[in-house]
Design a protein around this ligand. Structure first.
Ligand SMILES: [Zn+2]
Ligand SMILES: [Zn+2]
Length: 404
């Protein structure tokens, strides 16, 4: 089962972190509600990142900001002593257009902050280093992919974050995903007076959707291809000379996404050719599938259960999204557990979820998550056996839950 249970020392530390977070609670509650009240879109999280940086500096962390070439990224460090592992807590803090914090990233950021402040104040360790990595633009900008490329995660032995959700669970996969913007170019003409002179870019775009729908019958299970028309012309009496669609292409494995993407591109090229239009593609950063580190996930679950929060087993494959956390999980042992803040059936990216991210249930989840993040990070800093188990699981090509 790979479950290394917390020993008495770990239980004692968890109790100490719970007390530290209780003492810090008025501050943490005000902090997360403030982030919630001032949502910022990806790569524009200046106020949120600035508040986190100030708070970590006040708590005694050395903070590099900006970091990794991104204005709203940061890396905060605290060294407990020479040698030892380097453990990173990840904070996300971007919001969604029109909906604010409908993914609850205000809670993610504050959980990392609360855990870091508790660890800095209440962990006795002879060695090791704690990092808080401020990760912008999870909602489509691939902030963590860019930070990985910039080397921000180099030397990190294990990385942890939490995400609010509708079910408390610590082992859950996520799909690899490619983002593509398709730009169709045609030729404008008077739609009634001289339609024979026009090339209809919107028709090419609509045919692309139909061609992709024909593909669906011939793709592997667990494939998701979904898109919108983001530009469809400017007036009905003008033949559209430009149309634009945005697609996400997802599957459980990155290699399959790469293969699917080529088939989707071929569909769009064929559709464009059918009406004499031209298409070009702009690709976003690829989000890798999630690799779940089972020993770390089980330890986080043990802490949750010790605090009275039941943890659900890993779900059947499917019904998951994608995150740039997947890319982190491919290069370092990492966990992305969920703590419930809404009833089952309510999903993230909805107005209900945005409201929950500032509700008593959201605050309850935050308090649990901050305590368990601190406790699990402390275990990794002080128990070489746990880190060794995490490394062994990471190295294993497949494991229970690995790329679930
Ligand atoms: Zn989201
Ligand atoms: Zn999210």
């Amino acid at each position: 089962m790979n479950a290394v249970q917390p020993d008495r020392a770990s239980d004692t530390r968890r109790a100490r972190f719970a007390a530290a977070i209780d003492a810090d609670w008025p501050y943490l509650e005000a902090f997360t509600l403030d982030l919630h009240a001032h949502p910022e879109l990806m790569f524009e999280e200046h106020r949120s990142a600035g508040r986190l940086v100030d708070s970590l500096r006040e708590a005694g962390f050395e903070v590099e900001a900006p970091a990794g070439g991104l204005d709203t990224a940061f890396v905060a460090r605290h060294r407990f002593g020479p040698g030892g592992p380097r453990i990173a807590l990840m904070a996300e803090y971007d919001a969604l257009p029109e909906m604010g914090h409908a993914c609850g990233h205000n809670l993610i950021a504050t959980a990392a902050l609360g855990a870091a402040r508790a660890l800095r104040g209440a962990l006795e360790a002879s060695g090791g280093e704690l990092l808080v990595i401020g990760c912008p633009a999870e909602e489509g900008g691939g902030g963590k992919v860019l930070l990985l490329r910039a080397g921000v995660f180099e030397g990190v032995d294990a990385a942890l974050m939490f995400h609010p959700g509708s079910r408390t669970m610590t082992i859950r996969g996520a799909l690899a995903a490619a983002r593509v913007t398709m730009r169709f170019h045609g030729k404008a003409a008077h739609a009634a007076g001289s339609p024979e002179l026009g090339i209809n870019a919107l028709d090419a775009c609509i045919l692309t959707f139909n061609a992709i729908n024909s593909l669906r019958q011939h793709v592997l299970d667990e494939t998701r291809i979904h898109g919108i028309i983001s530009h469809g012309g400017s007036a009905p009496n003008i033949v559209p000379d430009y149309a634009e669609a945005k697609f996400l292409i997802r599957h459980r494995r990155t290699e399959e996404v790469a293969a699917l993407k080529e088939r989707v591109f071929a569909a769009a090229r064929g559709a464009a050719a059918a009406v004499g239009a031209r298409v070009e593609f702009q690709e976003g950063l690829l989000y890798a599938e999630r690799k779940v580190n089972v020993p770390m996930a089980n330890r986080f679950a043990a802490h949750l259960e010790a605090l009275g929060e039941p943890v659900l087993p890993a779900p059947a494959v499917g019904r998951v999204g994608s995150s740039d956390f997947g890319n982190v999980s491919q290069v370092v042992p990492a966990i992305h557990p969920y703590v419930a803040i809404v009833p089952e059936g309510v999903s993230a990216h909805t107005p209900e979820f945005a409201a929950a991210a500032a509700s008593p249930e959201g605050l309850r989840g935050l308090r649990l998550a901050a305590t368990c993040l601190a406790a699990t990070a402390a275990d990794l800093l002080t128990e070489p056996e746990l880190l060794a188990a995490a490394r062994a699981d990471f190295g294993a090509p497949t494991s229970e839950g690995g790329t679930a």
